[in-house]
Structure formats: structure tokens, C-alpha cells
Ligand binder design. Structure first.
Ligand code: HSE
Length: 305
């Protein structure tokens, strides 16, 4: 490795599940974290991390975080030592614990940085396998790596993923100002589900994939529904159920990942309407919210050296 190296990594937000595709479907969004990694022989030894933007207060308390641990994990899996002096600057636009893939962005950003520092010993499959090992499920990390809409399945120690290009859909995300860590949101789920609920989801997961791929908003609105996680999680989000139903009256809607954000796919003319409908529903439960207007990103993580 060159002792004076500067690497810039750009990694997108992602929305997982997309209604019925629990732990299987995910979509890259046009919201980005930017990470600069400097390995210089002239600076003092040590790992320094600084974040600005989303989550800066929490993240600036320590250099031990998911991004730096993911970097260390890749070095370790390649049998290499981390560089003795590393300065990392993150400009974060993905809110933490919001259902927009901030953890996946940290993991994929960290792995991409470490891989680039080592001259890219891991290919895309190797990165996906390691990212899935760290995250525990592939639905956010796969689109963060590959871009687009990605369907994934874990088969033994292999992650099989296929990505689909999407048309320029209009996406409105409303994030209530509360944190819902994925760990908490997974703890409220039942250990087993009925055959009826499984069947409800299987057909819809296939049809959601086709509706998104084709940009068929009318089909999407009819099939973007779920019985495996949303009903359990919405109960724990004040105003969540009302905001979800309000969004569905304007188009297709789902909990984004494990929540608490909601994602809506609407005609461009309905952007303000769906945003206001969700914000009003949260406000009626005393919860402030923030809206993000975005679109799918065809691009996943990329590195500029
Ligand atoms: N599929 C995951 C979940 C996404 O719903 O728990 C959040 O990490």
C-alpha cells in the first residue's frame, strides 16, 4: 500500500423490505454519505474519525464505530494490518436509526475504503459476503454496494443477489423525529408466522419487484403490503399507522426498512400532498417529522482515488 493515500468513498442510503420483501428486497436512494480516508506517513500514528452532518454528536464521541470496525474487519479477513495512521472524515446525509440504511452505508463505506487501501483484493461478491456477515441480512448492504433495486437470498455461506434498474420514480420519505434502532424493531417481531401470512407476502414480493422495475405505480399501490413486520412495528411508532394509511391514500407506501421512516412512491404531482399527509398524521400524535424527496439511485458505492 502507498504510504500517502487519499481515497474518497460515496455510499448511498437504502430502503429495505419495500413492504413484503422482508430481509430480501432493497433499493438504493439518491441520498449520499461521503467519506474521505487519508493514510499519510507524515501524520501521527493512530485512527482519527470526524463526522459532520447527520449523527455528528453521537459519532464524534469515539473513533470506534461501525465504519472503522468494518474497515478493520476487511483488513483482518485479508490477513493485513490497518495502516498505522488514518484520518477519516465523514460527511453524513443519511440520518441514523431511521430506516434509511445508515448502518449499511457505514459497513459498505468502511469495506470499500479498506478494500481500496489494499488495492482491491475483494471482488463484489467478497464484499457482499462480508457486508452481509457484519449486518446479518443482505437487503440494505446489497443495494448500497450494487445500486438499483436488489433482491437477495442467503444460501449456505453465499449471498445471491440480482439487481434491477428502475425508472426515475418519485420517492417521498418522511422520518418522524424519533429513533428506532433496528435491534429494537426486530425484537418486536414474532418468531413464527402463519402459512396464510407467508403466502400473503410471497406473491406480493414478486409483484412489488415487477411493479418497481416497470414503474407501474398502480400495481405497486395494490401489492405493496405486508404481514410479516409492518403491523408489529407500526404499533411502536406514534402516529405511524395513521401516517402509513394517509400515504397509501396518495399512492404506494411502506415502512422504510425497520422504520420509523415511511417511504411513499407517488406521481410527481402528488409529492407535496403525500408529504403533508404523513407529516400531519405524525403531528397529530405530537411527533415532528422531516421529509426527504428523492429517487432511486442506479449507482451503489463508488470510490475515487
Ligand atoms: N430487513 C431489515 C429489517 C432492515 O426489517 O429488520 C433493517 O435493517
Amino acid at each position: 500500500m502507498n504510504t500517502d493515500t487519499l481515497i474518497n468513498i460515496h455510499v448511498p442510503a437504502t430502503s429495505a423490505n419495500l413492504g413484503p420483501g422482508f430481509d430480501s428486497l432493497g433499493l438504493a436512494l439518491d441520498i449520499w454519505n461521503h467519506i474521505r480516508v487519508e493514510a499519510r506517513s507524515s501524520t501521527a500514528p493512530g485512527l482519527r474519525y470526524r463526522a459532520s452532518g447527520e449523527g455528528e454528536d453521537v459519532l464524534n464521541q469515539s473513533s470506534d464505530n461501525l465504519l472503522t470496525r468494518s474497515m478493520a474487519r476487511l483488513f483482518e479477513s485479508c490477513g493485513k494490518e490497518m495502516p498505522p495512521a488514518l484520518d477519516i472524515f465523514a460527511e453524513n446525509n443519511i440520518p441514523l436509526a431511521s430506516g434509511l440504511g445508515s448502518s449499511a452505508a457505514a459497513i459498505v463505506g468502511g469495506l470499500a475504503a479498506a478494500n481500496a487501501l489494499l488495492g482491491n483484493p475483494l471482488d463484489g461478491m467478497g464484499l457482499l459476503r462480508l457486508a452481509n456477515d457484519i449486518e446479518g441480512h443482505p437487503d440494505n448492504v446489497a443495494p448500497a454496494l450494487l445500486g438499483g433495486l436488489v433482491a437477495s437470498a442467503c444460501c449456505s455461506d453465499e449471498v445471491i443477489s440480482r439487481r434491477f434498474d428502475l425508472p426515475p420514480l418519485t420517492i417521498v420519505i418522511v422520518k418522524p423525529e424519533m429513533d428506532l434502532p433496528t435491534k429494537t424493531a426486530r425484537a418486536v417481531l414474532p418468531d413464527s408466522v402463519s402459512r396464510q401470512d407467508a403466502i400473503f407476502n410471497i406473491g406480493r414480493a414478486v409483484l412489488v419487484t415487477e411493479a418497481l422495475r416497470a414503474g407501474d405505480l398502480s400495481l405497486l399501490a395494490r401489492v405493496m403490503d405486508d404481514k410479516l413486520h409492518q403491523p408489529y412495528r407500526l404499533r411502536h411508532i406514534p402516529g405511524g399507522e395513521a401516517a402509513y394509511l394517509a400515504a397509501k391514500r396518495c399512492g404506494a407506501a411502506a415502512l422504510s426498512g425497520a422504520g420509523p421512516s415511511l417511504i411513499a412512491f407517488v406521481e410527481a404531482a402528488d409529492t407535496q400532498k403525500v408529504q403533508d399527509a404523513m407529516a400531519t398524521a405524525f403531528a397529530q400524535s405530537g411527533i415532528a417529522s422531516r421529509a426527504f424527496l428523492t429517487r432511486p439511485s442506479a449507482r451503489g458505492v463508488f470510490v475515487i482515488k
